[in-house]
Ligand binder design. Structure first.
Ligand SMILES: [Zn+2]
Ligand SMILES: [Zn+2]
Length: 321
């Protein structure tokens, strides 16, 4: 019986269905629950037109069939499973790449400036500085990659899969083409390697980020504070000033808008400062009705799993921008 349960769990794991019990993922159930709580607060205290008949109950507002069972959402679920199967196959090379690249960075420093005396700071100081530098570099690299995914025509073909979502649910986060998934992972390997490899060179000691549940404290808080609402129809705003510092759920929803005024805006993940610096920031407005997706004539080419996998590859060969 135990073996049967084990293999069932293993299958769940490969399909990604155990993700909600894994604190490393954004759809870990406490993060989903905290987002639900924020949505609850939004529904009762902040939503305009709450006396209207359009959604009389919170459950109807948050779980409407026309969103969660929309054909676009079904593609999200399929891509989530598809990408998880690929991920299960690549997990070992991915972990090895992290360690190997960090080691290569340490060796590169040694090659460039020779072995130096290590800096003698307390481990708490090193951990705090590592946490801050890692969070900032990681978030900036996400911005940069996201910018390239939009601005480099070949990459945009693949990122279009994410933007072809016509409705948003937390699972839309995983609606990415496997090739984009590869770039996202490559970014993670590069940033971990550069930051950790350099830290090891300068401090020659063990270090780790300040963590909650073994997750970087900044990323834990980001996930806990409504990150799942970014891919949802709940337009939680942070207000004018905070949205110049942090990207709110409503700002990421703007990023998914299919009107020209929303194009190339709000590339950021955690911090809005990169968008502010590079002129791509758009502050959310009250009562903004945003329609999600890509241009109408292209939308029909991304309506099922196969199309989402194949259309970017086909467009690449056709040299389409
Ligand atoms: Zn995008
Ligand atoms: Zn998105």
């Amino acid at each position: 019986m135990d073996e049967y349960i084990d293999s069932l769990w293993h299958l769940f794991d490969i399909l990604g269905l155990s993700t909600i019990t894994d604190h490393k993922h954004r759809i870990y159930y406490p993060y989903l629950l905290s987002s639900l709580l924020m949505a609850f607060f939004y529904y009762y205290f902040l939503r305009s037109g709450k006396n209207s008949k359009e959604a009389s109950k919170f459950s109807q507002y948050i779980f409407p069939k026309q969103i969660w069972l929309h054909k676009s959402a079904i593609v999200d679920y399929q891509l989530f499973i598809f990408n998880n199967i690929i991920k299960a196959l690549l997990i070992a090379p991915y972990l090895i790449a992290h360690i190997s690249f960090a080691y290569a960075i340490t060796r590169s420093w040694e090659y460039l400036i020779g072995i130096q005396d290590s800096i003698q700071w307390s481990s708490l100081t090193i951990n705090i500085i590592y946490s801050i530098i890692f969070l900032i570099t990681s978030d900036f690299s996400r911005y940069l990659l996201h910018y390239c995914l939009h601005k480099i025509p070949i990459l945009w073909q693949f990122h279009k899969v994410h933007h072809s979502a016509e409705v948003l649910t937390p699972v839309t986060l995983y609606r990415v083409h496997p090739l984009e998934y590869f770039f996202l992972k490559l970014r993670s390997v590069l940033i971990f390697g550069i930051v950790s490899g350099s830290f090891y060179f300068w401090f020659r000691t063990g270090f780790e980020p300040l963590s909650i549940l073994k997750i970087h404290i900044g990323i834990f808080l980001f996930n806990l504070l409504g990150s799942n609402l970014r891919h949802s129809h709940v337009p939680v705003r942070f207000g004018n000033l905070p949205e110049h510092i942090f990207i709110s759920p409503a700002q990421h929803q703007i990023h998914h808008g299919n009107e020209e005024k929303y194009f190339d805006k709000n590339y950021g993940s955690i911090f809005a400062i990169w968008d502010l610096m590079f002129g791509t920031l758009l502050i959310s407005q009250k009562h903004e009705k945003i329609h999600f997706g890509i241009m109408k004539d292209e939308q029909k080419e991304y309506s099922n799993l196969f199309q989402n996998l194949w259309t970017p590859v086909r467009n690449l060969f056709r040299g389409k921008n």
